[in-house]
Every structure is written in C-alpha cells, then in structure tokens.
Design a protein around this ligand. Structure first.
Ligand SMILES: NC(=O)c1ccc[n+]([C@@H]2O[C@H](COP(=O)([O-])OP(=O)(O)OC[C@H]3O[C@@H](n4cnc5c(N)ncnc54)[C@H](OP(=O)(O)O)[C@@H]3O)[C@@H](O)[C@H]2O)c1
Length: 277
C-alpha cells in the first residue's frame, strides 16, 4: 500500500509517517513550503500514484482563527475541497482529519457521529466547512473526528505543563472543559486500521475515558514532580479569544464496530508519551 500524507511536518502527520514506516506502508509526505495547498498554482497533478490520501494539513491556531477566519477557511475548508477533487479525479479514497470543536459542548454524554454539529468558534466553523466540502465532493472519504492531540513533534499541553513545572511557575488550569487527550501515535495506528476496513463515512477517534484539563495537568504533575500544586480555575478566570466547548468527549462505538479495536485510555497514552520523551 502507498499513501500520500498532506501536512506531514505537523504533529499528527509526522507521527503518521513514522507509523507507516513501522507497518511497512510506503508513505510520501508534503507540507509547506514545498507544497502550499492554498496556492492556486500548486501542482497536485504531478504527485505520484497512491492507494490512499490522508489530509493532516490544517490551520490549527484556535485562538488565531478568531481574527484570521479567511486563512482558517482557506486551509481547513478550501484546501480540503481541492484534495477531495484531486482524489475523486484519480479515484483514490481519502482520510480527512476533523475535530470535536464542530460541537457546541452542551451535552453531558459522549458525542456520536450522528449528534448535531454547532461550532462555537471560528476554527470549528472552518473545520465543519471542510468536512461538508469533502462529503459533498467525494464519496470515498473517511472523516476522522479527533480531539486534544499531543505528540512528540510540536507544541502541546504536556510540554507546556512540564515547562512550567521545571521553571517553578505556578500552575492554574481550567477544570470546566472536559475532553479526551489523545496521543498522535495512537491516532496514527487507528488511521492505519481504518484504511483496511472498507468503510466510508465519519468516525470519531480519540483516547478512551474523559478528563478536564485540570485533571490532565494533575496526572502530568504526578509523574513529573509529585506534590506540585495545580490550582483549578474556571474558563471565566482564564479568558481566551476563542470559546471552547465545555464537554466534547467523543464516543468511539463506531470506531470499535468498524475496526474491532479499542483505543487506549488517556492515562495509558500519557504514560507512554512521558516514557518516550
Ligand atoms: N492539535 C489538536 O489538538 C487537534 C484536535 C482536534 C483535531 N485536530 C486536527 O488534526 C489534524 C492534525 O492536527 P495537528 O495538531 O497535527 O496540526 P499541525 O501540527 O498544526 O500540523 C498541520 C500541518 O499542516 C501544515 N499546513 C498549514 N497550512 C498549509 C498549507 N496551506 N499547505 C500545506 N500544508 C499546510 C502546517 O504547516 P505550518 O505549521 O507551517 O503552518 C503543519 O505542518 C488537523 O486537521 C487538526 O484540525 C487537531
């Protein structure tokens, strides 16, 4: 099997490339500056033949999107549509990565793929627009909705908390946003599984379980420096440009049905991540 990965230098794309290599899958990746998916002169026609395309490229600055919606839409929606058209022309199936931020976070039980979407920030709106374009353009798609990623490459919440612990800075973390932190390596394993199931549609993939950012920070501190005080604060005390859903845990029932596999828990993922650092 040969796959093309867009956004290969990003947190997920770089892990997916590694996981492909470990699984004997030939993968070739593209990213900025060599290939700008928003450049109307970008030459996709010259890309090699492949069996799957996986789009990990995105504008992921959630707060930045509030003031730069046009760029967020160009990358998260228009470019996703360009990739879908490219795949349709070649009759190649595609995986497109999306987000829990398509939901408003008012539920108190895990979101299924059938739940009503209602993004509450600009990033979420741009990602939802991308999903809709992909669905409308090309039937042979898998839209993978995921959440709260951490990986070895790039900035993430765990690195931020470890940095503050090392510098002795006080830790204040919100306890009113509940999600499910997901290791990009586990997500990459799941994407590879999904390439083999012969199913198309939308599917949620994230770690098992649920926690607030405060619980997650406490679990990190317990390993890195037990006894560290992590003060719980509310989102009101910690204002950010973009609103976040209060609860956005994704149900993995469909993923389990399709693949027969279960995602690891966030606690297990965190342990393995900290061991590989
Ligand atoms: N991170 C999370 O917590 C999270 C949560 C839920 C869903 N997701 C979704 O998961 C996917 C992967 O996220 P990630 O955190 O791995 O993202 P990331 O680290 O920001 O990687 C995205 C990659 O896409 C590249 N890119 C941006 N604009 C491009 C363009 N015009 N042409 C080509 N490449 C471009 C970026 O390059 P630059 O860095 O140079 O801009 C970057 O290398 C995305 O679809 C994201 O929306 C992420």
């Amino acid at each position: 099997m040969k796959i093309i990965i867009f956004g290969v230098k990003g947190m997920l794309g770089s892990d997916l490339l590694n996981v492909c290599e470990k699984n004997g899958i030939e993968a070739i990746g593209y990213d900025l500056p060599e290939l700008d998916l928003c450049d109307s002169n970008a030459d996709l026609e010259s890309l090699p033949r492949c069996d799957w395309v996986v789009n990990c490229a995105a504008y992921t600055n959630v707060d930045g999107a509030e003031g730069d919606f046009d760029t967020a839409m160009a990358v998260n929606s228009t470019a996703a549509g360009i990739i879908a058209r490219f795949c349709k022309k070649r009759d190649v199936p595609m995986v497109h990565i999306s987000t829990d931020y398509v939901f408003d976070g008012t539920k108190i039980t895990p979101y299924s793929e059938k739940d009503k979407v209602k993004p509450i920030n600009a990033y979420g709106r741009s990602k939802l627009a991308g999903e809709e374009l992909v669905r409308n353009i090309w039937d042979k798609h898998i839209i993978v909705r995921t959440q709260s990623l951490f990986g070895l490459n790039g900035k993430n919440f765990i690195k931020a908390i470890c940095g503050r612990i090392e510098s002795g800075s006080p830790l204040k973390v919100v306890d009113d946003q509940v999600s499910c932190p997901t290791f990009t390596r586990d997500l990459s394993d799941a994407i590879i599984r999904l390439l083999h199931v012969s199913r198309y549609g939308t599917v949620n993939v994230s770690s098992e379980g649920a926690c607030s950012w405060h619980e997650f920070a406490c679990a990190i501190a317990d390993v890195v420096k037990p006894g560290t005080e992590v003060r719980a604060v509310s989102s009101v005390e910690f204002p950010m440009p973009a609103k976040r859903p209060a609860y956005s845990v994704l149900s993995k029932k469909r993923y389990e049905e399709w693949t027969g596999a279960k995602m690891p828990s966030w606690q297990d993922a965190l342990k393995r991540y900290l061991e590989t650092k």
